[in-house]
Design a protein around this ligand. Structure first.
Ligand SMILES: *[C@@H]1O[C@H](CO)[C@@H](O)[C@H](O)[C@H]1NC(C)=O
Ligand SMILES: *[C@@H]1O[C@H](CO)[C@@H](O)[C@H](O)[C@H]1NC(C)=O
Ligand SMILES: *[C@@H]1O[C@H](CO)[C@@H](O)[C@H](O)[C@H]1NC(C)=O
Ligand SMILES: *[C@@H]1O[C@H](CO)[C@@H](O)[C@H](O)[C@H]1NC(C)=O
Length: 570
């Protein structure tokens, strides 16, 4: 409310000086003119009380408004309502003893309540916005005057957010969003989805308000700024309208770029389905290129398959592989850390070769060269085993290649017979091969084991042995005569006297052609003949028995001696 104090001498001191309407000289002049016109310069009286409530009063276009007073059953000559739109003052209506008089421009739209002095205006237009003043003139010519502001608000409509660009680049772009709306006395609010955006939230944000629009400036835009839709809401005293959601692509990235190997090993099998995958966050999606030790490879896309590595001339070498992510919109290129590995072919077709199968090798005469190799793959490690244990390489008769690819046995020996194994390995595979080496020799000295003397009807088994490869064939002679027995054992189920004699076993090696023989004598005795005399066990038993008895006897004697009675004192 603006108050005119009409003492003409001094302004009322209760309000702040800024609120005194007299700061508007044109209006003051106009008011003075009207009042002078109506009152004939009869002199003003200081107002002692408020006659209008504080303003402003808001009302919508097309609606009605009543500007009520604080008067209660006032006594007056006239109540005069005037309107000032800031440029000129217009008389609205006057009520007095002669009744209501409405000024022509307000004909049909204005009325003053004769009891309270309230002004009623209908069919409001925006031109009705301005200051209404009421002057209550009493019978003695004293005048009270007060003023109230009316704001006629146009409805809020067409709230629209627009931007100065169709897209933005994170960290680079400065974006200006404009919110415009129809309506009067608008206040604008920016919302990030539902959270209000306040300029003081960040030094990157600033908001500039003007009559019918608001500008939100976002410097060095971040993806998060527009991750959710932006809304603008425009409001006047009476209503609020929200814009449609506003979105705008913010291009960003690539962020940190990672490379993941499907198998983290430093050695990759050439026949595996190994690959590298490159990933990053980027909008729009990044494109990827691959490098082997800084050299561009012919593969694009987020996955580098092993085939692409194997197309490189140096695919077997341990190399550093990196990926670079490019964002065409942000024009940024980011490289991944390197992943190092070598591609290794798995070993296959491992063979241990030696003298041809079927070749006859003779100990002391022939030699053998066992060699082990793989048909494919590079061998890192070679291990030899003979019958499950490392062979004794002596550097003389038994030598091995420095790289272990062969073992030479020259000349061959009896104990070289056996199963040879070689195991080849590299970083990604391992294969074994075996070879059975047969060295022919012997028979060495034959020996016959078995009983020398038996009783009639006892069973007899003589066994002949002779070291030989291949195993010897045996023949048995009795007293120099061939028996027809050709097994290593010579068996007699029940001995008879005429079995007594010399048994000769002859061992023959068909490959070496060598023969050896050994003779064993057997004597067959009458039944019981071999029971004569006690067995060693029985003799031992008897001796122990005698010694035990002797021991007891000695013990008793000693005991009795100790117990020789002491002469009784009685
Ligand atoms: C406004 O005033 C006019 C006439 O004074 C009346 O016909 C109309 O019904 C009023 N409208 C409202 C919303 O009160
Ligand atoms: C973003 O800004 C950087 C440094 O200010 C500049 O080098 C780069 O080219 C800019 N990117 C775009 C897409 O404008
Ligand atoms: C054994 O054979 C390999 C090839 O198979 C050969 O290179 C090597 O010299 C031979 N070793 C000897 C002692 O003859
Ligand atoms: C075999 O020879 C032994 C000793 O020369 C002789 O005692 C025995 O009678 C002979 N036996 C046969 C059946 O000729």
């Amino acid at each position: 409310m603006r108050r005119l104090t009409c003492s003409g001498v001094s302004a009322r001191r209760s309000g702040s000086p800024a609120r005194i309407l007299l700061s508007a000289p044109a209006m003051a002049t106009a008011t003075a003119a009207i009042v002078a016109l109506l009152l004939g310069l009869s002199g003003w009286r200081a107002a002692a009380r408020d006659i209008l409530p504080p303003g402003p009063v808001d009302a919508a276009v097309g609606k009605n408004v009543t500007l009520a007073t604080l008067l209660q059953n006032p006594e007056y000559s006239f109540i005069i309502w005037n309107f000032n739109d800031g440029r000129e003052q217009t008389h609205v209506a006057t009520v007095g003893s002669a009744g209501l008089k409405v000024n022509a421009p307000y004909e049909g739209r204005a009325s003053v309540d004769a009891t309270s002095g309230a002004l009623r205006l209908s069919a409001l237009t925006t031109d009705d916005s301005g200051d209404f003043s009421v002057s209550v003139v009493s019978a003695d010519g004293g005048t009270e005057t007060a003023e109230i502001r009316l704001r006629v608000l146009e409805p809020v409509s067409g709230v629209l957010v627009s931007a100065d660009a169709a897209e933005a680049v994170e960290h680079n772009s400065t974006l200006v969003l404009t919110c415009a709306a129809n309506g009067s006395f608008l206040r604008f609010t920016w919302l990030n989805e539902t959270r209000p955006i306040v300029a003081s939230d960040s030094e990157r944000l600033s908001v500039e308000e003007s009559e019918a629009s608001s500008r939100l400036t976002i410097a060095r835009v971040l993806r998060t700024d527009l991750a959710r839709p932006i809304f603008c809401s425009a409001a006047n005293q009476l209503e609020t309208e929200k814009s449609a959601p506003f979105t705008l692509p913010v291009h960003y990235g690539p962020d940190e770029v990672t490379v993941t190997a499907s198998d983290p090993s430093r050695f990759v099998r050439a026949d595996s389905d190994f690959n590298l995958t490159c990933a990053t966050r980027s909008s729009p999606a990044a494109t990827f290129t691959w490098y082997q030790n800084q050299t561009l490879m012919d593969s694009v896309g987020p996955v580098l398959p092993l085939e692409a590595v194997r197309r490189r001339p140096l695919w077997r070498e341990t190399s550093r592989y990196t990926c670079r992510a490019t964002n065409a919109e942000t024009e940024r290129v980011v490289a991944s850390p390197a992943v190092s590995f070598a591609v290794v072919e798995a070993l296959s077709g491992v063979e241990l070769s030696g003298p041809a199968v079927g070749a006859v090798l003779l100990a002391g005469e022939d030699s053998a060269n066992l060699s082990c190799a793989a048909a494919a793959g590079v061998v890192d490690e070679r291990t030899w085993l003979k019958d499950g244990r490392p062979p004794a390489i002596d550097g003389g008769r038994v030598t091995a290649a420095p790289d272990g690819s062969w073992i030479s046995l020259a000349p061959l020996r009896e104990d070289d017979n056996g199963r040879y194994e070689c195991r080849l390995a590299n970083a990604v595979s391992e294969q074994k091969a075996a070879y059975e080496l047969v060295v022919n020799y012997g028979p060495e000295a034959a020996a016959v084991s078995g009983e020398s003397a038996v009783e009639l009807r006892d069973a007899v088994t003589l066994r002949c042995t002779a070291a030989s490869v291949p195993p010897a064939n045996f023949t048995w002679k009795f007293n120099g005569t061939l028996t027809g027995v050709k097994t290593p054992t010579y068996a007699i189920a029940e001995a008879v006297y005429k079995n007594t004699g010399a048994y000769t076993c002859q061992a023959h090696n068909a490959v070496t052609g060598k023969n050896v023989s050994s003779t064993h004598n057997l004597s067959v005795k009458e039944e019981g003949a071999l029971d004569e005399g006690l067995s060693d066990g029985a003799i031992a038993g008897i001796i122990i028995g005698i010694l035990a008895a002797l021991g007891v006897a000695i013990g008793v004697v000693m005991y009795c001696r100790q117990k020789v009675p002491v002469e009784s004192p009685y």
